[in-house]
Structures are given as C-alpha cells and as structure tokens.
Design a protein around this ligand. Structure first.
Ligand SMILES: O=P(O)(O)OC[C@H]1O[C@H](O)[C@H](O)[C@@H](O)[C@@H]1O
Length: 530
C-alpha cells in the first residue's frame, strides 16, 4: 500500500481517547474486507458475557467462582453490598497502613522508620507488583523495594545481601492468594532465617496478603504479624494487581494508588462499550483473533519503546498465556488454545532479534507501545536538533515500517506518559482484551487446570528424595548407582528421577551425599558421607 493510502487507512482505523490519552492503531493489521462485520455477532456475545461477569455471574464455572477484578476499581458495581464494603474498607486500610509506615507510627522494632520493603510472592502475586514497582518507581520511592519471586536459594541470598544492614528496617510483605504456594512459603522461611541470623524478630517486620483461613493467614495471625490484608476467591491471581496484592506494595513504595485505580476505572468504562470501534480492548482482541487465526497461530511480540515498560511483557505473559492457553474449550472440546507472548523493549531488541522478525520465520505479530513524553525536564541535543528521545521515536517508527514492508503485521498502542493512571489504564485494557478474546474463542479465561500437574509432580520428586535420604542413612556403608537405588526402593520406574535427585544432592552439601565419579555419569556411585 502507498504511504498516502496507508495514511487514509490509519485515520479510518485509529482509536483515540483524549481522556485516557491513549490511542490504538490497527492500520498495520491486514484485516480482510468484511472482517469487522463478520466478527460483530461474536463480539456482541462477548460483550453480553462480560456484562454478566461484571454483574456477578459465575464466570469461572470450573472453580464455581465469580470474577470480580473490575469491581476493585468501581466497588459500587459489586453485586453485593458486603463486597463493596470489603473493597472500600480494604483500600482504606491499605492507605492507612502505608501512611503509618511512612510517618513512622508503624516502625521497625528498634524504633526507626522502615526504609526497605521485601515482597515475597510468585506468579500473580509478584508479576503485577514487580511491573508497577518498576514502571512507576524511582529515586523518590518512600521505601526501597526488593523481591523474592522464586525458590532459588542463590537468588534470595543476593537480595538479602543487597539489603545488607538495612534488614533491621525492612518491612516484609508475603503475598499468596492460596497461602500454600511452596516457593512463597520457602521464601518466607528463608527471609525469617535471614532476620533471625541478624538477631531480628521476623514477625515484627512481616505483613501478609492472603485468602482468609489459608496456611499463610494462620501463620500471620498465630504469630501476630503487623497486618493481614485479604485476597478474595473472586479475584484471580493474574488479575489481582488492583487488589491488596498490587496496591499494598505500591502504596508502601509511595505510588499514588488512587490515580492507578482511577486510570484502570476510566479504561474499564471505555472498554464496556458495545460499539466495537469505540472499544480499545475489543479492537485488541480482534487484532489477536485475526493475527493468530483465532487459534494462537502466531506469537505476540511486545515491543514497548520505554525502559519503564520492560516488565510489561512478563506481566502479560501470565495474564494472556495462563488465561488463554487451554486444552479444552468451554464445551469440553479439545482446542489447544493460547497466544504466546514475549518481548522486552525497543530499541534494545532491535539489536537482538528484530533481524529474525524482519527476515526470518513469520510466526508472530508485534505490539508496539509508544510513550510520547520522553522524560521529566528538558533533553540535551545529541546532534543538532535531535534528542535521545527523538532517536527512540525514530527507531520505533523505523522498525514499524521496516516490518510492515516485509508483510509483518503490528498494532501500536500510544500513551502520553508513564504515570500511575496510565499504567492503571494499560493493565485494565489488557485484562478486558483477554476476557473478550476468551469469549471469542470460547475458553474459560479464569481457571488454570494445567498448572497443578507440575506442582503434583514436584511433590512426588520431593517425596522420593525423602526416601533416598532415608535409604542412604540406613545403609551408610553402601554405595549406590542410581539404578541400584531405584531397585532398592522398589521404584525401578523412577530411575531417571533418582539419578537427578542424587546428582543434585551430591552437588550440595546439605544432605551429606558423596559421589564416586565413574566413566559414564549414570554409573556414578553415591553414599552417605557420615
Ligand atoms: O498467590 P498464590 O496462591 O501463591 O499463587 C501464585 C500463582 O501460582 C499458581 O501456580 C497459579 O498458576 C498462578 O495463577 C498464581 O498467581
């Protein structure tokens, strides 16, 4: 298409909302003629389902749950007054708690103000807080923020040593909706040990965000932690960033959570529109449907031209892939649905993988995110008449055209600046797009049945490890190959797992396992050192 024709197409298709200060440009998506009209009945059905969801329908039937993340920024829309009251009072409690921490009324046991904040969580209980912290935080943060988002011992050591002497003024927020996630439990135990080693009382530094009656709730209440904030079963982990999960860390960091919520709320209002061209989330869902043929045939590459949006792709990976990546549709038919998401930021990625995007395997579409405001304050000229920000904009535009020339489709979201309201709006935009798209492809976006298998299998590995440790302890003078060990345990089918457990234990001193190295690694012999 000629440039002039493209400009017409741009104007015809552009969504722009001056209140949200957000545009969605789908002109570089090759919608075939009649696509919008053809999709319209399915979209109307999706809007209807979304309305029912917002009114409190059991939109997640497999788990028999309502889906209420939109009420978090419009509590008056919750279907029961008790829910409205809980949302309102929790927000007030979060703000009051954060203010008391900032004023020093809630302080470290030594009487000093808290200076640092360690968040412990994983998945939906970390990705949202991490994205918000990284996109909106900076040198003016009221608390320095750190994360444990894994059960990697070295990762946790690195954080604890980074905090250093400030541990005694560190507030810890342990976040887990279920309150039983092992990685988070381990993080909590490791943090507790770190505090105890420094002669500090962990409970006097700790706060929980969790479902009522969970294991974490019991620990926090039993040990009189500084506070417990609720997570509700009608908020999914990956859509929990506007609940206490995201708001408590953000408020403590000093981010204006009211503005974050206001941005999300404003975007929610726009994305309730049943006029498809006026609904930016519906437009996104349509681009996904077209680009992936409604079955995930292409990956979504996210290229925000802004360092502060680096973690957006990670956040969206969970939101989109855990919501849409489903084996069965809502009628129980095997569909193997999903849309793969990856990306970091431009222009950085241009020097990494854009080569393949332009010339290599054509299995993706791009979402560019453009941020108009370059920085606070003026910019120097890096050459006559041009700033670093002009270059960033130039590289974005250049990559967009270079990809289009080669038939690679893209959608561009433009926002005016990175602000709490803008981040709230982006989060809400994608939450809604995922919900609408899920209706279009007929999957339940709000459950994650596939996640359990890996957790159960991990539990079985740890159980087998216990049996191996016991066998080594009972026969201290015997050396075992992995095959001998599996036989001795009468678990011959678990020989590969046995091999991996023994190799891992021998690499770490914790279980006192010694190894005699043989020619073939699988013939190595293991014994108890004691
Ligand atoms: O908040 P939690 O209950 O600890 O859950 C943390 C995460 O773990 C699970 O495996 C789920 O797949 C995620 O959706 C969830 O966000």
């Amino acid at each position: 298409m000629q440039k002039q024709q493209l400009w017409q197409r741009y104007k015809n298709l552009l969504y722009h909302d001056p209140e949200l200060e957000l545009s969605v440009d789908t002109s570089r998506i090759n919608f075939p003629d009649g696509f919008f009209e053809e999709m319209e009945p399915r979209l109307q059905q999706a809007y209807q389902e979304m309305e029912a969801l917002e009114q409190g329908a059991i939109a997640n039937p497999d788990e028999n749950r309502m889906v209420g993340h939109y009420w978090l920024r419009a509590p008056e829309l919750a279907p029961e007054p008790a829910l409205t009251e809980e949302i309102v009072s929790t927000l007030a409690a979060i703000k009051a708690f954060a203010a008391s921490v900032h004023q020093g009324n809630i302080a470290a046991p030594d009487g000093h103000r808290f200076t640092d904040l360690l968040i412990i969580g994983i998945g939906g209980s970390a990705l949202g807080p991490q994205f918000v912290a990284d996109s909106l935080g900076g040198s003016r943060d009221l608390l320095r923020i750190w994360f444990f988002d894994n059960t990697d011992p070295d990762g946790m050591d690195k954080v604890i040593s980074g905090i250093g002497a400030a541990l005694k003024q560190t507030l810890v927020v342990v976040i887990s909706k279920s309150g039983g996630t092992k990685e988070t439990r381990n993080g909590m135990l490791e943090a507790r040990q770190g505090f105890e080693r420094a002669g500090l009382n962990f409970a006097a530094h700790a706060v929980a965000v969790t479902g009522s009656g969970s294991e974490l709730d019991a620990t926090a209440s039993g040990e009189s932690w500084l506070g417990v904030f609720p997570m509700w079963d009608w908020v999914g982990g990956r859509t929990s960033v506007t609940s206490a999960v995201g708001l408590l860390p953000a408020a403590l960091q000093g981010i204006d959570v009211d503005r974050l919520l206001a941005g999300a709320r404003a975007c929610d209002e726009k994305t309730r529109s049943r006029v498809t061209r006026d609904n930016p989330a519906a437009l996104l869902a349509l681009t996904w449907f077209h680009a992936t043929q409604g079955k995930g045939a292409r990956d979504m590459v996210l290229l925000p031209y802004k360092d502060r949006l680096l973690l957006f792709s990670r956040y969206l990976q969970q939101l989109i892939m855990e919501s849409l990546g489903k084996e069965l549709d809502r009628d129980g038919k095997q569909v193997l649905q999903g849309v793969a998401v990856y990306g970091n930021k431009g222009s950085t990625d241009q020097h990494a993988y854009v080569q393949q995007l332009r010339e290599g395997v054509h299995n993706f579409f791009v979402t560019f995110i453009e941020v108009l405001k370059d920085r606070e304050g003026p910019s120097m000229e890096v050459e006559p008449g041009a700033t670093s920000g002009d270059y960033l904009s130039g590289f974005f535009q250049g990559t967009r055209s270079a990809l289009y020339e080669k038939g690679r489709e893209s959608v561009t979201i433009t926002v005016r600046e990175i602000s709490p309201a803008g981040i709230g709006a982006l989060i809400a935009l994608y939450e809604r797009a995922v919900g609408l798209y899920a209706s279009l492809v007929n999957v339940n976006a709000y459950h994650q049945p596939g996640v359990e298998a890996g957790k159960k299998a991990a539990g079985a590995v740890l159980k087998l490890q216990g049996e191996i440790v016991e066998m080594l302890r009972r026969q201290p003078n015997r050396e075992f190959t992995c095959e001998e060990m599996a036989m001795a345990l009468a678990r011959p089918e678990e020989v590969e797992t046995t091999f991996m457990i023994l190799r891992h234990m021998a690499a770490n001193g914790d279980h006192g396992v010694a190894v005699t190295v043989k020619d073939k690694i699988w013939e190595n012999k293991y014994r108890s050192k004691d």
